[in-house]
Design a protein around this ligand. Structure first.
Ligand code: FE2
Ligand code: FE2
Length: 211
């Protein structure tokens, strides 16, 4: 009786302990399963690599660019139109502000115009790398742009319209980054770089709005 009790007393915690261990293992396993989904094993796709060896006429475009390449080129072309319209708007504002004897803000508009133009070049370069064609057609530019052109003659109205355009650009780039995040990491990095500068532009314009 005594032995049985002792045995029971001894085995029960053990049983409970091993049960707990098993439960812990189960938890660890399920957590690991969550971290590395079974469908995504760490193995290269040999078929895609073999396909990348051929089709040399496609340049940097490989099967990894996936089925959304054309949709990404379209997104980039709309962003290109936006950057070109922003360049034109800032250029007009630069020359008009110069006429209003406001050299500091006129200079700021010029810097922004040059940076928007550089953004346009980055987007056009990426479009070509993806096997697309950058759309510089002037007759459809404004219709494809997310941001508006502006012909204000008043400095505060110029600053305000540029800030609106920058905020539209920021929101557009954020959404684009989310859309291409896993599809196309190179495009994502280009967009992230541009987004960072648009946020700086918006910050600078906000400061001018308060002056
Ligand atoms: Fe830009
Ligand atoms: Fe900007």
């Amino acid at each position: 009786m005594m032995m049985t009790n002792t045995a029971n007393a001894a085995s029960s915690p053990q049983a409970a302990g091993s049960g707990q261990q098993a439960a812990n293992q189960d938890t660890q396993t399920s957590q690991a399963d969550l971290l590395i989904p079974k469908a995504k094993t760490l193995a290269l796709d040999e078929i895609r690599i073999a396909a990348a060896r051929s089709s040399l006429d496609e340049g940097a475009v490989t099967p990894g660019n996936g089925p959304h390449r054309e949709a990404i080129v379209k997104l980039l072309n709309d962003a290109l139109a936006t950057e070109l319209v922003c360049t034109l708007r800032y250029k007009r504002h630069h020359f008009m502000a110069t006429g209003l004897s406001s050299p500091a803000i006129a200079e700021e508009f010029k810097v922004h115009a040059n940076e928007e133009s550089a953004h346009a070049d980055m987007l056009a370069k990426r479009i070509v790398q993806l096997g697309g064609e950058p759309d510089f057609a002037p007759d459809t530019l404004l219709g494809r742009s997310h941001a508006a052109y502006d012909e204000s003659n008043d400095l505060q109205a110029m600053i305000r319209s540029n800030l609106v355009a920058e905020r539209v650009a920021i929101e557009t780039y954020r959404q684009m980054i989310q859309l291409v995040a896993d599809e196309d990491p190179t495009t994502r990095r280009v967009l992230e770089h541009i987004l960072e500068e648009e946020e700086e532009h918006a910050d600078e314009l906000s400061d001018w709005l308060d002056k």
